[in-house]
Design a protein. Structure first.
Length: 407
């Protein structure tokens, strides 16, 4: 193999070469999306503009003198955003009973990146990588469950037997698969991690695994054996509390109906609060009180799995629409579903953006006006005036329309 040495004169020639050679034919894009309203919070963009794609990448159209396109998509009337990132779902299909198909549900929901929230633990993460991550079109990343078996038998409580807690295995798994295993997960309900000292022991092991692996911890809050403010001193910026608008005995509100001051401070200091809507983890009363008090979560996610896919969650756009109903602006809702989750994943500037040079992961949405019923996880309904639906996605430059669309 010849070694090519770059000399100072090469660099001089490179730096001084003209940006555009007029003899060059115009660049032919593989896909040009025209007419859509582009909302990209990572670049503070909210305007009608064209998006060009060459191969798997977004192209800077402003730097091109002229271009043509093999395929042009007229997205007039649609909203064009960075590919949606669902920060909490379960996609270890055929192994973990509640799991859904990553590609089918992502396409229907306008999602291009999914974070699987701890379906696999140290004993089965390699299988998750082999059978799902390496085979699907969707970008799937995973959190490693503190329980070595993950959620294979979640209904029994994966950490009720303390022997299943495997912090060393979590750290080893993250070291083996650093591009796929991106953090640690614990479901911190008392019927999962145990109550009293056993609950605290499991909680602290999960925290330690996150520190030792130099990643971050996602804590599912259920009916926890400790109060939420008691957890906070153990967390650091980048750690995440999911199901943050759940009802029940453990909520973000204190007895006076106010946000726990420790949580508001934690949010200001960089602790991530994630929705993780799920089957039992989003209550309108909590969400309304929190948003009214200015406590806006960091990220919107679904906790999509087989038990909530057909309601009340359905998909990301439905979950996003619930935040429009709560009075959060469309730009912020998009931010909470693209740029913010990319930041949580340590992928800002790579995912959750339409910046030139990044992977062409794009979502096409429509916003409908009308009357739409939105059900929380406690059978409470609110009627909203706006509804987002997914028209399709571009994943790594490849355009896919959502054939499940009903409106
Ligand atoms: Zn979950």
């Amino acid at each position: 193999m010849a070694l090519y040495v770059v000399t100072p004169s090469d660099l001089h020639d490179y730096i001084n070469q003209p940006l555009h050679d007029s003899t060059e034919p115009p660049m032919e894009l593989d896909l040009l999306i025209t007419g859509g309203t582009v909302i990209d919070p990572s670049q503070n963009i909210h305007e009608v503009r064209e998006i060009g794609i060459s191969g798997t990448q977004i192209v800077d159209l402003e730097s091109l003198d002229s271009y043509s396109a093999k395929k042009t998509l007229d997205a007039s009337g649609q909203i064009v955003t960075p590919g949606l990132i669902d920060l909490h779902a379960h996609v270890y299909k055929r192994h973990v009973p509640i799991s859904i198909d990553a590609d089918a549900t992502s396409l229907a929901g306008g999602v291009t990146t999914v974070l699987d929230a701890g379906s696999a633990g140290s004993y089965n993460f390699e299988g998750f990588k082999h059978d799902v991550i390496d085979r699907v079109d969707t970008e799937v990343l995973g959190l490693v469950n503190l329980s070595c078996i993950g959620l294979v038998a979640a209904h029994y409580g994966e950490l009720m037997d303390a022997r299943y807690a495997d912090p060393d295995g979590v750290v080893e798994t993250i070291r083996r698969f650093p591009n796929q295993a991106v953090g640690v997960k614990i479901r911190a309900g008392a019927h999962i991690i145990g109550s009293g000292q056993q609950g605290w022991d499991n909680f602290k092991k999960a925290v330690q695994a996150a520190r030792d692996s130099e990643t971050w911890l996602m804590i599912h809050i259920g009916e926890c054996p400790m109060a939420l403010p008691e957890m906070i001193p153990h967390l650091q910026p980048g750690d995440c509390i999911t199901h943050c608008f759940k009802g029940g005995s453990t909520t973000v509100l204190n007895e006076a109906g106010r946000i726990h001051s420790e949580l508001a401070t934690a949010r200001d200091n960089g602790i991530i609060f994630d929705i993780g809507h799920g089957f039992g983890s989003f209550q309108w009363e909590i969400a309304e009180a929190a948003v009214e008090q200015g406590f806006i979560p960091t990220t919107i996610s679904t906790d999509l799995h087989l038990m909530n896919l057909h309601g009340p969650v359905f998909d990301m756009p439905t979950t996003m629409s619930k935040f429009l109903h709560l009075g959060v602006s469309l730009d912020d809702v998009v931010d909470m579903s693209t740029t913010q989750p990319a930041r949580v994943l340590g992928r800002a500037g790579d995912l959750g953006t339409l910046a030139p040079g990044t992977v062409a992961d794009i979502t096409l949405l429509e916003k409908h006006d009308g009357q739409f019923d939105y059900t929380d996880s406690y059978d409470q309904i609110r009627t909203g005036g706006e509804k987002l639906t997914a028209v399709g996605i571009v994943r790594r430059g490849e355009l896919h329309f959502n054939s499940n669309r009903t409106n």
